[in-house]
Design a binder for this molecule. Structure first.
Ligand code: A3P
Length: 296
C-alpha cells in the first residue's frame, strides 16, 4: 500500500433498491450475463458473516490434497473470485472466475438473492449461504469499514449502527439479505444455509454438514487436517487467507481476522443501543421463522 495512491472512499447509492458502491456495479452487464457452470459452487453471504472462513474450508476440502501449491502461492481472493467486484487493481471477479481452470469453481458473492445472475439458477448450482447474528455482523462490518478504503467511511459507531439498522450499507439491508436467502432456501434444495455461530460452536459438526451437502466423504484424518487449518488462529497467521496481501486494507487500523468470536457485540453496544436495536429488530424480523443466536 505504501507507494499506491488510493482513490477516495466510494459513495453509496441506490441500485435496484439496494445500497451499493460503484465497485460492485461498474461491471454489472458482465455480472448479469455471467455463465455459471453446473458444478460451480457459490458462496453467498452478507459482508462479514464468515465468507473467508467458508471459502477457505471449501478450498481445502476440494483442493487441499490435489493442489497443495494453491495453499502457499494464491491468496484466497484469487482462488475464490468475488463475482461482482471490480476494484480496478485486480481483474473483475467475472474475469477471474472465467479464467479459473480448477473444477469445481468456487465463487463468492455478497449479492442479495434477487440480484444473483440467473445462470446460477438455470444451472442449478449448489450454494452455501452463511449468516451471522445482526449485532456481531454490524460490529465486524464497522471495524472492516474503518480499515477498508474501498468502502464508505464508517463514521462513529453510533452513526454506523443507525445506518446498519436503516439498511444503508454496501450490499443493502442485513435484514433483507438474510431473510431473502432464507425464503429462497425453503423452495430450493441446492442451498445450504449455515450459521456463523454454529461454526464457532462446533466446526467439525458443520464441516460434516457441508460435506454431506456437497457429497464429499473425506477421511477422518483429512477432515481433521481441514478443521485444524481453518481454526481462527491458523487462518490469522496464514498470509494466503488473512488478506495481508490486499492493497486497500489498512491493518494498522484493524486486522481482517479481527476476533472471530460470537458475542463481541457486548463490547460495543451500550445498553441503550442494544435495547433500541432489539426493538427495531423485532419489527423488521416479525414475519420470518429465521432465528439467530447472539451468544453461544
Ligand atoms: P470479526 O471481525 O468479528 O473478527 P468475512 O470473511 O465475511 O469478511 O467475515 C470476516 C469475519 O469472520 C471476521 O469477524 C473474521 O475474524 C471472522 N473469521 C474469519 N475466519 C474465521 C475463523 N476461522 N473462525 C472464526 N471467525 C473467523
Amino acid at each position: 500500500m505504501e507507494n499506491m495512491e488510493l482513490p477516495p472512499r466510494p459513495k453509496l447509492f441506490d441500485f435496484h433498491g439496494v445500497s451499493m458502491t460503484h465497485y460492485f456495479t461498474d461491471n454489472w452487464e458482465n455480472i448479469q450475463n455471467f455463465q455459471a457452470r453446473p458444478d460451480d459452487i457459490l458462496i453467498a453471504t452478507y459482508p462479514k458473516a464468515g465468507t473467508t472462513w467458508v471459502s477457505y474450508i471449501l478450498d481445502l476440502l476440494y483442493f487441499g490434497q490435489t493442489a497443495p501449491e494453491r495453499q502457499t502461492s494464491l491468496p484466497i481472493y484469487e482462488r475464490v473470485p468475488f463475482l461482482e467486484s471490480d476494484f480496478h487493481i485486480l481483474p473483475p471477479g467475472t474475469e477471474l472466475a472465467d479464467k479459473l481452470s480448477s473444477s469445481p469453481r468456487l465463487i463468492k458473492t455478497h449479492l442479495p438473492v434477487q440480484l444473483v445472475p440467473k445462470s446460477f439458477w438455470e444451472q442449478n448450482c449448489r450454494i452455501v449461504y452463511v449468516a451471522r447474528n445482526a449485532k456481531d455482523n454490524a460490529v465486524s462490518y464497522f471495524h472492516f469499514d474503518r480499515m477498508n478504503q474501498a468502502d464508505p467511511e464508517p463514521g462513529d459507531w453510533n452513526n454506523f449502527l443507525q445506518r446498519f439498522m436503516d439498511g444503508k450499507m454496501v450490499f443493502g439491508s442485513w435484514y433483507d439479505h438474510v431473510t431473502g436467502w432464507w425464503e429462497k432456501k425453503q423452495s430450493h434444495s441446492k442451498i445450504l444455509y449455515l450459521f456463523y455461530e454454529d461454526m464457532v460452536e462446533d466446526t467439525g459438526r458443520e464441516l460434516d454438514r457441508l460435506c454431506s451437502f456437497l457429497g464429499l466423504s473425506p477421511s477422518a484424518e483429512e477432515k481433521e487436517r481441514v478443521r485444524g487449518g481453518v481454526q481462527f488462529d491458523n487462518m490469522k497467521k496464514n498470509s494466503m487467507a488473512n488478506y495481508s496481501t490486499d492493497k486497500v486494507m489498512d491493518f494498522k487500523i484493524s486486522p481482517f481476522m479481527r476476533k472471530g468470536k460470537v458475542g463481541d457485540w457486548k463490547n460495543h453496544f451500550t445498553v441503550a443501543q442494544s435495547e433500541q436495536f432489539d426493538e427495531d429488530y423485532k419489527k423488521k424480523m416479525k414475519n420470518t421463522q429465521l432465528r439467530f443466536r447472539g451468544t453461544i
